[in-house]
Ligand binder design. Structure first.
Ligand code: HEM
Length: 501
């Protein structure tokens, strides 16, 4: 016969109820997503490889649409599959709409960045709305009856100059076009943001390009400090270089914003900075609470510069690569331009609706290359559930856009480059298919610059192909393997241009 004291019985009962409560809570909130085992401190960092989106593709096969990793000490959930992604970005969009508290993100514009700040809430929503309106306001601003807008005029003149540069470089034989692409795209975004037209040999302009190169390199080497905090204190982490580059860039934009305040004329919008000043002045009158501060205007212009520079530069680099890899595709675009635009005038934004094959090509470049393979990381703002799994508050969430663009259940022969897949039987672009190309994100965090980007790519490509034929070196294999980054670049390649006119 066993005897228990009152104290023992009470202790057993309390323990029993505590275990019951914990089990009930775990049961109610559901289980965590599955995922690979990681090492202490490093987590799964060493398993990610050089092309994380491809590793995630393989992991999806094993673990499903929702799986969990640890990058250093940071828990990350990776989401794939269009329907599951729609739940995250559309259906439960707000719950997944923040950005993770990453160290490098917090350095960008002192944590006030529209794109990277963890401050998601009503003030952020207004910030994004104003930024969106400023792009719209600028995009329709015009100063000449010959062009639809300042933006169209700028694209036209810059593309013509770019044709000349490409022809001149070809005189020496095959060359790497990446620097010319970068310089042209940088001078376009400078004109869009600051209204300033820099020559490619201007020292201030070259300084800015150097800053972006420094910032990119430094953020690459500082990134491990996001996941293993102790690395922040090591000089190797690139943090100081990154901070210096960000600081210099901020001062550059600040100077332009101050100048704009002095020269701004109501009703005469010259660039994105003017559009932001105009909207903030209007907002201040309409609603005193909801205008942006000068520091926020500076950080918004910085965001637009950052987002509109590297992405478009990559898009043009990829487009050229596909054009030299598939000369028969290039022939078809030439034919379409010759028939619809001809040679006596420059391409216009309005031509987009008539150049179906060219539009199909642009969309196939975006889909096939998926050069922005993952969205900027998202983060949960509260405990939530996804496909029956429990995702705690403050979990970083990676969305694999590459997987959707290469999903065989969405795209037949997904790994082949076939612009015709976007055309219907009458040769017109099927808009419902274009909407499935997933490279600008979706929902609350969707890219602000999709229209700007699509217009820019269109004018670049049609202006160049109106005048030029691009050719690869004979016997050279064109390699489509990307170099990983927030935006992926092709490996260095060479080409030559020939005048068609
Ligand atoms: C082909 C070119 C471009 C691509 C592929 C692209 C793609 C993206 C992607 C994937 C995101 C993140 C979405 C997410 O986190 O869920 C993003 C955000 C953003 N993009 Fe773009 N983008 C491009 C060009 C541009 C341009 C030209 C601008 C502005 C002039 C721009 C402005 C922004 C801004 C401000 C954000 C932050 C939005 C937010 O955090 O809510 N982008 N873009």
């Amino acid at each position: 016969m066993l005897f228990f004291t009152n104290a023992e019985i009470t202790l057993s009962l309390v323990t029993f109820f505590i275990v019951l409560l914990i089990t009930k809570k775990i049961w109610r909130r559901g289980k965590l997503p599955p995922g690979p085992w990681g090492m202490p401190i490093l987590g799964n960092i060493l398993q990610i490889g050089e092309l994380p989106h491809m590793t995630f593709l393989k992991m999806k096969e094993k673990y499903g649409d929702v799986f969990r990793l640890k990058l250093g000490i940071v828990p990350v959930v990776v989401v794939s599959g269009l329907e599951t992604i729609k739940k995250v970005l559309l259906k439960q969009g707000e719950q997944f709409a923040s950005r993770p508290k990453l160290y490098t993100f917090s350095l960008i514009n002192d944590g006030t960045s529209l794109a990277f700040s963890e401050q998601f809430g009503d003030a952020w929503k207004i910030h994004k709305k104003i930024a969106k309106m400023s792009l719209k306001e600028f995009s329709k601003s015009s100063r000449s009856s010959s062009y639809f807008s300042i933006f169209e005029e700028l694209m036209s003149s810059q593309s013509e100059a770019f044709v000349e540069t490409l022809l001149k470089n070809s005189e020496k034989g095959y060359f790497d076009p990446s620097q010319d692409i970068t310089y042209t795209v940088a001078s376009i975004i400078c004109a869009l943001c600051y209204g300033k037209h820099y020559g490619h040999d201007d020292q201030e302009f070259l300084g800015i390009i150097q800053l972006t190169v420094d910032a990119q390199k430094a953020s690459g080497s500082a990134a491990p400090a996001d996941f293993i905090p102790i690395l922040r204190f090591f000089p190797l982490s690139g943090v100081r270089t990154l901070l210096r580059a960000i600081d210099k860039f901020n001062n550059f934009t600040k100077k332009h914003v101050e100048e704009h305040h002095g020269s701004y004329e109501k009703g005469h919008i010259r660039d994105i900075t003017d559009a932001l000043i105009y909207l903030c002045n209007r907002k201040k009158v309409e609603d005193k609470l909801f205008a942006l501060s000068d520091a926020q205007i500076v950080s918004t212009v910085n965001d637009m510069f950052g987002a509109g520079y590297d992405t478009i530069s990559s898009a043009v680099q990829w487009s050229f690569l596909y054009l030299i890899k598939y000369p028969e595709v290039q022939d078809k675009i030439h034919k379409e331009i010759d028939e619809i635009i001809g040679t006596s005038r420059s391409p216009r934004f309005d031509d987009r609706k008539d150049l179906h094959y060219t539009e199909a090509f642009i969309n196939e470049v975006l889909r096939h290359s998926s050069f922005v393979p993952l969205t900027i990381p998202h983060c949960t703002i509260r405990d939530t559930n996804l496909n029956g799994y429990f995702i705690p508050k403050d979990t970083s969430v990676f969305i694999n856009m590459y997987q959707v663009n290469h999903d065989q259940t969405v795209w037949r022969d997904a790994d082949l480059f076939i612009p015709e897949r976007f055309l219907d039987e009458s040769g017109r672009v099927d808009k419902s298919l274009i909407e499935k190309v997933f490279i600008f994100g979706m929902g609350v965090r969707k890219c602000l610059g999709e229209d700007v980007a699509r217009n820019e790519m269109f004018i670049f490509l049609t202006s160049i192909l109106q005048h030029l034929k691009l050719e690869k070196e004979p016997e050279h294999h064109v390699d489509l393997t990307p170099v990983f980054g927030l935006t992926m670049k092709p490996k260095p390649y060479t080409l030559r241009t020939e005048n068609r006119l």
